[in-house]
Design a binder for this molecule. Structure first.
Ligand code: FE2
Ligand code: FE2
Length: 142
């Protein structure tokens, strides 16, 4: 997920779109499972939440880590004026990490709470906006 593909807009955008679309689909599944009436629905909701946490960790946060490892610095070397926007984008990455940590704490409770669902919705919306801004700053000559 690192290397040259981060430097090409089409490839980078397709990583973004895949992560956000799959995250949205899993979130919708969680919302649906929570409304189920059969006796195992709590278990299903917990399993879906675990898959969703894993999705954001292995796809979104791993992508952010790989950007911060090298890609952002290379961009700043090319264009020093990107230093401020990239600091803001790193702050978004930190918020992704914070939200996932919060969700993991909430997983210690017996049920999947509305609060946890709010966090899942928040990371989805933030990821979507972050990706648009990142594509704008890094590839559209801002
Ligand atoms: Fe990013
Ligand atoms: Fe990215």
């Amino acid at each position: 997920m690192s290397g040259p593909s981060l430097h090409k807009l089409d490839a980078h955008r397709s990583i973004h779109d895949g992560v956000v679309t799959e995250g949205r689909d899993l979130l919708n599944l969680l919302l649906k499972v929570r409304l189920e009436k059969q006796k195992d629905h709590e278990k299903h909701a917990r399993m879906t939440a675990e898959v969703l946490i894993e999705h954001w960790e292995t796809r979104l946060i791993a992508h952010a880590d790989s950007e911060e490892e090298k890609f952002y610095e290379e961009k700043i070397k090319e264009k020093p004026e990107l230093a401020v926007p990239l600091t803001m984008l790193k702050r978004d990455h930190d918020l992704f990490r914070t939200i996932i940590d919060e969700i993991k704490q909430l997983m210690n409770k017996d049920t999947i709470t509305d609060e946890m669902v709010d966090y899942f919705k928040a990371i989805y919306v933030l990821a979507k906006i972050h990706n648009q801004h990142e594509e704008g700053y890094l590839f559209d000559n801002h």
